[in-house]
Design a protein around this ligand. Structure first.
Ligand SMILES: Cc1ncc(COP(=O)(O)O)c(C=O)c1O
Length: 427
């Protein structure tokens, strides 16, 4: 049996598959496993109750259920859902969208596969790449390219804040765009760090993209206006050269696999064609379930009054636990500005974060070692072996216990190497 080049890529090791398998196993058999590794959103009772009610309406009212399970939707996605989204965005942001500016996909991960390969890869013999202007960046992008070396990435500037906090910023001096740049992509809020690019940073990227005739892809899976897991008020942006990707997953609906792409009509047309080729049509359950909430705008109040405060409280609690558990141990925390993760940096960690991951796994704590989050970064940088990502979306007691065990293992690593812990302030 001989696989094609395309096939070989998927027969070999696939990082995101490993991650999702670990996540799925831990969620299924997870009594003893402290799952601080995955990106599963929390079960928020008030949100789950609202979606249960929405499903009740679908079952009870007329023939909506029969249409939901019995019809192929158009490859662009459910027309009522698209219309409701267009109205919502125009009402709130005045973007002047029409239905030709939105396509639905089977999850936003799927949308990224389409977008990256629509722009990146071979064009007239030249390999064109997606520029990630700031790593760490979302691990799920890593394996999406059908061509080799799909990404080129840049290091951030690091700005130290008060106490243990630091924040990554885009380094504008490194943002050189050349002939092989196909598109620019950022997640905002960023998975894994919880960073939210400032409005000024977004403006820099947007201007750069516009100047060079490139699309700027903004991954808004955690952002505004829903699920709104962003702790400061920032506005989403859209212009015809911007591709805004959204998702229903982090509202608490990862099981329905619904992604939303907002873009100019040429891009939407290409995605619609790809949807038809790859899947005929897009799943109807997510769009049918969320349609009324989008139409009425209730999705915004649910996001801003329930989902955002829930995660903000969880983030603050997790920071307190890290601070207490780490004591004087050198552990810095990326300023949590959104998403559902804490990004921890252990400066001069004497073992790699992969070795730390292994030690934690032995103690039933699953985290994600930081080096996975630098797709496309070619230069050596010790920093990427000194960080881990933990999620605070799961059971608080489990998160607290997991953090305690992380602190024990990190302290052990520094002790074994007889590292004199630098004082926090000098870091
Ligand atoms: C930043 C980011 N983008 C995209 C996705 C993909 O989400 P989904 O395919 O569930 O919409 C995720 C999932 O965790 C994510 O964290």
């Amino acid at each position: 049996m001989k696989f094609s080049d395309f096939g070989t890529k998927f027969v070999e090791h696939c990082g995101i598959r490993q991650l999702m398998d670990d996540l799925g196993n831990a969620m299924r058999h997870g009594q003893d496993i402290m799952m601080l590794g995955g990106g599963n959103p929390a079960y928020i009772p008030a949100v789950q109750q609202r979606f249960r009610q929405a499903m009740g309406h679908i079952l009870e009212r007329g023939d909506r259920f029969e249409h939901m399970i019995g019809d192929y939707d158009a490859p662009q996605g459910n027309a009522d859902f698209v219309r409701a989204l267009v109205n919502l965005f125009n009402r709130h942001y005045d973007w002047g969208l029409g239905p030709e500016n939105i396509a639905i996909t089977n999850g936003s991960q799927h949308a990224f596969f389409l977008l990256f390969n629509l722009f990146g890869g071979l064009r007239q013999g030249q390999n064109r790449r997606i520029l990630l202007p700031m790593t760490p960046e979302y691990i799920g992008y890593s394996d999406l390219g059908l061509s080799e070396q799909l990404f080129t990435a840049r290091k951030p500037n690091i700005v130290h804040g008060e106490d243990r906090f630091f924040k990554y910023h885009i380094d504008p001096s490194q943002l050189n765009v050349d002939q092989d740049t196909a598109a620019i992509c950022v997640s905002r809020p960023t998975n894994p760090t919880g960073n939210v690019l400032t409005n000024a940073e977004v403006r820099i990227l947007s201007d750069l993209a516009k100047k060079h005739g490139l699309p700027l892809i903004i991954d808004n899976a955690y952002g505004m206006p829903f699920p709104s897991i962003i702790f400061d008020d920032v506005s989403p942006v859209w212009e015809p050269h911007i591709v805004l990707s959204m998702s229903l997953s982090k509202l608490g609906l990862p099981g329905v696999r619904t992604g939303i792409v907002i873009a100019n009509k040429t891009i939407i047309n290409a995605i619609t064609n790809l949807n038809a080729v790859l899947a005929l049509s897009i799943g109807s359950i997510g769009p049918t379930l969320a349609c009324d909430l989008i139409e009425s705008g209730e999705i915004l109040t649910l996001s801003q009054q329930v989902i955002r405060p829930f995660y903000q409280q969880r983030a603050e609690q997790a920071v307190r636990w890290v601070d207490e558990a780490m004591g004087d141990c050198p552990c810095l925390i990326h300023q949590p500005e959104g998403a559902i993760f804490l990004w921890l940096w252990f400066p001069d960690l004497p073992i790699s974060c992969q070795a730390l991951y292994e030690r934690l796994k032995q103690r039933n704590v699953l985290v994600i070692p930081g080096h996975h989050f630098f797709p496309g970064l070619e230069e050596q940088w010790q920093h990427r072996h000194e960080c881990i990502r933990i999620t605070y979306s799961q059971d608080p007691e489990m998160v607290k216990q997991g953090i305690r065990i992380i602190s024990e293992e990190v302290k052990r690593a520094y002790d074994e190497a007889s590292v004199d812990w630098p004082s926090r302030r000098s870091l």
